[in-house]
Design a protein around this ligand. Sequence first.
Ligand code: 5RP
Length: 224
Amino acid sequence: MTQEQQKMLAGHHAAQFVQDGMVVGIGSGSTIAHVIQALGERVAQENLKIVGVATSEKTRRNAAQLGIPMYNVDDVDKIDLTIDGADQIADDFSAIKGGGAALLWEKIVAFNSLENIWVVDASKRVDKLNQYLPVEVIPYGANQLFKRFAAEGFQPTWRLDQNGNPVRTDSANFLIDLHLPEIEQPRALGDELIKMVGVVEHGLFTDVVDRVVIGQPDNTVQIL
Ligand code: 5RP
């Protein structure tokens, strides 16, 4: 199976964890597009009654178009279950997220959820995290922060759009991607980053996930 087919397989499988009456946090990215599609079909065909909380404006629009009622995170008492994607998931269930620039809202929704499921294709599983790490920063003073990241040896690059302008997140912040070797201690690195003035949030997610749904090349689903 192709990577896209694995994402679809895992996404459709994960959508089955959603039950009638739930408030559902809905992640962002191409894998979650399949979850949104499957949830939209369940809403239409099974008369599934759910409320969604989006982790990005794009997700909010796409889910609403498929008939899923979407609420703001501050307008719900609790989120029962959040289903989100990930860029990498390590053996210790730490993850890098934010490839789609939605890490801040994703983390806020995840930390307000009673349960979190990540949905990925098999390529996302690694022993240790070793991909670029997105960091969301306040625009004011961002150049200074960039220089500090460089001085720390984090090999920063700006996240730019196709016109060469800085990508703006849904909260109008910038993204700086850090190019590190293997991340041996994600919690310690996350603690270090979040203490740096101007950092809003980083893409290291530790102690978040309850279940991982993986679409495999052999057309099976693995659940961890
Ligand atoms: C967005 C994310 C996504 O979950 C992550 O980038 C995975 O995306 P995809 O499913 O397209 O591979 O963290 O900020």
